[in-house]
Write a protein that binds this ligand. Structure first.
Ligand code: SD4
Length: 343
């Protein structure tokens, strides 16, 4: 009897102190001003136009999910980028295949990989999230689902520059996915691609917090130019290219997807934020993890992460120099940020 009431007392004390600790955290959080809405997207040059569309939704008290979908659709429609939407660089068989994913504040997520002839893979991903019991559809099945839901099949539209670069590449079809930095081998992009000027990192990853304080994210890409047909990168993989936890924050990745997948990059960033790290430090620690875990494979590969937390604080980090992003808040209109880097 005595020991029963002692146990009860200990349980009560335990619960009491847990409650106090929790109250302390809530209090500490509530003393900070939450900045909202906020939207940020990868690669400044393309992000500004995408952010405009997202900001329109957010500034009208819209939902972050709608903002990120509308935002990245802008990039999917553009003709001047090489790696998003149907105007993207083809794979090594000359076929454009697209990857995308989206995640909302309720832990819903949808993803599409290796889809062909569909101009807005992000909206297909959203439909998969909202209309099916599944998270991910790929290839022919994804296209079939898109067409059944009103998407029209569109032809390939390589620009003359892309056409010329592809033809030049076909002459040697140089493809070297495996690399060993100690032997001086290059990264997954053949030197012809890097030197052609046709390659740039044009995946768009966008994360946002809306005026209600809810988070969402979207990511869309054609992946690597001249990749093997059927290759899927990190961008449509929930947890790698994108992850959202509405209690904590959201993160998105860009760069060489194989490196991001190996460490479950975006999920890792969110988990670092859960441990109390700022978005920038969380991104830096994920970059450190890539460098630590891929010492032989890294070559000259680039990876960048962006993150935002529940307070609307944001940040980014990259393996090397050159990763930039654009941010919109009530104070900043498409502010350019050059991400810090490690190598
Ligand atoms: C991929 N992460 O397919 C994408 C490519 C990318 O900027 O982000 N490029 O690996």
């Amino acid at each position: 009897m005595e020991s029963n009431s002692r146990r009860k007392f200990i349980r009560t004390i335990g619960l009491g102190s847990a409650f106090l600790a929790l109250k302390g955290q809530v209090y500490a959080a509530s003393k900070k001003t939450v900045q909202k809405p906020v939207v940020l997207a990868t690669w400044y040059n393309q992000a500004t136009r995408a952010n405009e569309a997202a900001w329109k939704v957010l500034s009208e008290q819209g939902r972050a999910l709608d903002a990120v979908e509308q935002g990245v659709r802008v990039t999917e429609s553009e003709t001047e980028n090489c790696c998003v939407g149907l105007n993207a660089m083809p794979d090594r068989d000359g076929i454009v295949t697209l990857d995308a994913c989206i995640m909302d504040e309720f832990n819903n997520c949808g993803s599409v990989a290796a889809i062909e002839q569909i101009d807005h893979p992000i909206s297909v991903a959203r439909l998969i999230m909202e209309k099916t019991p599944h998270v991910m559809l790929v290839g022919a099945g994804a296209q079939q689902f898109a067409v059944a839901n009103g998407f029209k099949l569109k032809g390939l539209k390589l620009t003359p520059g892309q056409e010329a670069a592809y033809k030049a590449w076909r002459e040697k079809s140089h493809y070297e996915p495996v690399k060993n930095i100690e032997k001086g081998e290059h990264g997954p992009f053949a030197p012809e691609i890097m030197e052609s000027g046709e390659y740039n990192h044009d995946t768009i990853g966008m994360i946002a917090i809306d005026s209600k304080g809810n988070l969402s994210g979207a990511c869309t890409t054609s992946g690597m130019a001249y990749k093997m047909h059927g290759r899927v990168g990190d961008s449509p993989i929930i947890g790698a290219g994108l992850f959202v936890d509405n209690e904590v924050g959201a993160a998105v990745a860009t760069g060489v997807g194989e490196e991001v997948i190996r460490i479950c990059g975006s999920h890792l960033v969110v988990e670092f934020m859960r441990q109390g790290l700022s978005p920038e430090v969380a991104c830096r620690k994920a970059v450190e993890r890539i460098i630590k875990k891929s010492p032989k494979n890294l070559g000259d590969s680039q990876v960048g992460f962006l993150a935002i937390n529940k307070m609307g604080e944001y940040g980014g980090y990259a393996i090397r120099e050159g990763f930039d992003y654009a941010v919109c808040t009530s104070q900043l209109h498409n502010q350019k940020v050059n991400a810090k880097f490690l190598l």
